[in-house]
Design a protein around this ligand. Structure first.
Ligand code: MN
Ligand code: MN
Length: 515
C-alpha cells in the first residue's frame, strides 16, 4: 500500500489500489529451493602441504553461497522479499521517510518531540522536513561516550519536472524535466515512467499523488529517435546522444473541442489536472514532481539470486539500516540511524547530510538524556562516535572489466563491502578510515560471523565517487564506508545480489549493537 497521511490529501494512482499480485515464496518453497545445500563436504579431510600453506597465509574472499548455510540463505531470501516490498512503495525520499516512520512506529518508536527526557531503552525518531529521517535507541552509557551510527542516503537519481513544465508541440503535450543526480541520459528514454509528486496549491492545501505505479494506471515516457534516422545521432558521444533539453516527457494528445484557442492540447491536460487533482498551472510552479521508472522490483536470474529495480542506491543500505535500528537491543552505547537527502547532488541544503538538522537531533538526545547542554560534552560525544557510512559501491561487471582493478574491486555475492576510502585520482574528496578503525570494524564483523569484502570504486584514474562519510568525519568521529555492491549504478534498473543485502543487514546490526 501507498502511504496515507491525514494532514494532507493523497491521491493514490489513477485506479483503485489492489494488493500486489507478486507473491513472495514461502519458507517451505525456499527450503525446497535450497535443499541441495544440505550436502556437506568432509571437513576433516587432510589438506596437502600446499593447500595448508595457502589456507594459512592467503586471504580468500568467498561467494556467500559457499559461506552461508541453508537456514541463513533462507533468511537472506526472506529479507530480500521484505526489502522488495519496501522499495516498491518508496521511490522518492519523502516516501522512504513515511514508510520508514511506519516501520519504526510499529515497533514502538515515538517522535522525539513527545519526550521531555530520555532514558536507556527509549526509542525515538524525527523527520527532517519530510525528506530525511533520524532515529535512536538510547543506551545506558553517557552520550559523551559517543553514538554508534548508521548513515545512509535516501535520494536516488530521477527526472524532476521543471517549474514551468507543460507545453504542446506537434499536437502532443509534454512535461519538461531537469534531471537530478548523475545519470547516463540515454538510459532513461523509451521506458515507462511514473510521476510521484507533492503539490502545495495556491490555497495552501497539499496533495501527494502517484500516477503510473498501478498496472492499470497510464505511464509516461521520454521519446528517442528511431534508429532509421539516427545516422547523425549515432555519431555523437554518449553524453550528447540525448541532451538535457530533449528530455521531455510525453503526457497526452487529445485537444479540448474549442477550436478558437491556441494550445488546445496543453489546455486539455490542464483540464484533466484541474478535474482530477484540483491543481492549476500556477500550482505547478512551486510543486515537487519527479518522474521515476514505473513498475516493481523483480527477481533477476533463473536462480533468483539478484534483485533488479529502481533506487537500490541507496535504499539497499537505508532499508537494512532501518531494520537494524528497529530491532536493536538497547545496550551501552546509544544507536543512531541517519537517512539523509541530497547525497546525489552533494549533500547540501537543509535536508542533506551537511545540514545542521542532523546534528541538532544528536544534540536533542544529548540534552534530553544528560539533562543539559554542555558544549565540550557534546563535541566529545561527536568525537567518540563510530559510524558506518552506509552507501553502495560498484560490483565487478565482467562485461566492463577494464574500468576496475580486479584485485581491488568488490564482487557480487561476496558480502557487505568495507571501503577504506572513496574519491577519485589521488583520493580527492575521500574520507580515509584509519587502519585502527577499519581493523576494529573488521574484527567486530569476524566475531559476529558476518562475511565481508573490500574494494575500491574503480581504477585509480578512471573517475570515482563519494558518500556522506567525509561530512561526519569532519565532526571528529571515526567513519568507514560500507554497503552493497551494485551493477548498473544510477541506471533506471539497478541490480543487487540478495546475499549481499543480507550480509549488509547482519553487519549493520552487529555494528550498531556492539561497536
Ligand atoms: Mn549512494
Ligand atoms: Mn548514487
Amino acid at each position: 500500500m501507498f502511504y496515507q497521511d491525514n494532514s494532507v490529501e493523497n491521491n493514490v494512482g489513477e485506479t483503485e489500489k489492489k494488493e500486489s499480485n507478486i507473491t513472495a515464496p514461502t519458507v517451505n518453497e525456499l527450503s525446497q529451493m535450497f535443499q541441495d545445500m544440505e550436502v556437506s563436504e568432509d571437513e576433516n579431510k587432510e589438506l596437502s602441504p600446499g593447500k595448508a600453506l595457502e589456507e594459512k597465509l592467503q586471504n580468500k574472499s568467498q561467494h556467500l553461497f559457499d559461506v552461508y548455510d541453508k537456514e541463513t540463505t533462507i533468511s537472506a531470501f526472506s529479507f530480500a522479499e521484505d526489502y522488495r516490498i519496501f522499495l516498491d512503495k518508496s521511490k522518492t525520499e519523502r516516501e522512504v521517510v513515511l514508510n520508514g516512520i511506519d516501520l519504526l512506529k510499529n515497533v514502538g518508536f515515538v517522535d522525539i518531540a513527545d519526550k521531555e527526557t530520555l532514558t536507556a531503552g527509549d526509542r525515538v525518531y524525527k523527520s527532517i522536513r519530510g525528506k530525511g529521517l533520524v532515529a535512536a535507541v538510547v543506551g545506558e552509557a553517557s552520550i559523551k561516550d559517543g553514538f554508534n551510527i548508521l548513515g545512509a542516503h535516501l535520494d536516488s537519481p530521477r527526472l524532476d519536472i521543471k517549474p514551468n513544465p507543460l507545453y504542446e508541440e506537434g499536437e502532443m503535450t509534454f512535461l519538461k524535466t531537469h534531471y537530478y543526480g548523475g545519470i547516463k541520459k540515454y538510459q532513461w528514454t523509451t521506458i515507462p515512467l511514473a510521476l510521484h509528486g507533492t503539490v502545495v496549491r495556491k490555497d495552501g492545501t497539499t496533495l501527494n499523488f502517484t500516477v503510473g505505479e498501478d498496472e492499470n494506471d497510464p505511464v509516461f515516457a521520454l521519446t528517442d529517435l528511431l534508429i532509421h534516422l539516427g545516422k547523425d545521432q549515432m555519431q555523437k558521444t554518449a553524453a550528447k546522444v540525448v541532451e538535457g533539453e530533449e528530455m521531455n516527457i510525453l503526457v497526452g494528445s487529445r485537444p479540448v473541442p474549442h477550436k478558437d484557442v491556441s494550445n488546445r492540447f496543453k489546455l486539455a491536460i490542464l483540464q484533466i489536472l484541474k478535474e482530477r487533482y484540483d491543481i492549476s498551472e500556477r500550482d505547478l510552479l512551486s510543486a515537487e514532481i519527479s518522474a521515476v521508472p514505473a513498475g516493481k522490483t523483480r527477481d533477476l536470474g533463473f536462480d533468483r539470486s539478484f534483485l533488479a529495480g529502481y533506487g537500490h542506491d541507496d535504499r539497499v543500505c537505508a532499508y537494512p539500516a532501518v531494520r537494524a535500528i528497529a530491532t536493536m537491543q538497547p545496550g551501552e552505547k546509544t544507536g543512531l540511524m541517519l537517512l539523509t537527502d541530497k547525497e546525489e547532488v552533494g549533500s547540501q541544503g537543509n535536508t542533506g547530510a551537511q545540514s545542521q538538522s542532523y546534528e541538532n537531533f544528536m544534540m536533542e538526545i544529548y540534552v534530553k538524556k544528560e539533562g543539559a547542554y554542555d558544549v565540550l560534552g557534546f563535541h566529545q560525544a561527536l568525537e567518540n562516535s563510530s559510524m558506518l557510512s552506509t552507501d553502495v559501491t560498484v560490483g565487478f561487471d565482467p562485461n566492463f572489466p577494464s574500468t576496475v582493478d580486479p584485485k581491488n574491486v568488490c564482487y557480487m555475492g561476496h558480502g557487505v563491502a568495507l571501503t577504506k576510502y572513496t574519491g577519485h585520482g589521488g583520493k580527492g574528496g575521500a574520507n580515509d578510515a584509519s587502519a585502527e578503525f577499519f581493523s576494529k570494524v573488521a574484527h567486530l564483523l569476524d566475531e559476529h560471523k558476518v562475511p565481508w569484502q573490500t574494494g575500491e570504486l574503480g581504477k585509480v584514474d578512471q573517475g570515482g565517487g563519494g558518500t556522506i562519510a567525509l561530512y561526519y568525519a569532519n565532526r571528529g568521529m571515526q567513519v568507514i564506508d560500507s554497503g552493497v555492491p551494485v551493477l548498473n549504478m544510477h541506471a533506471p534498473g539497478e541490480v543487487i545480489h540478495k546475499l549481499d543485502l543480507y550480509s549488509t543487514y547482519q553487519a549493520y546490526k552487529a555494528f550498531i549493537e556492539n561497536m
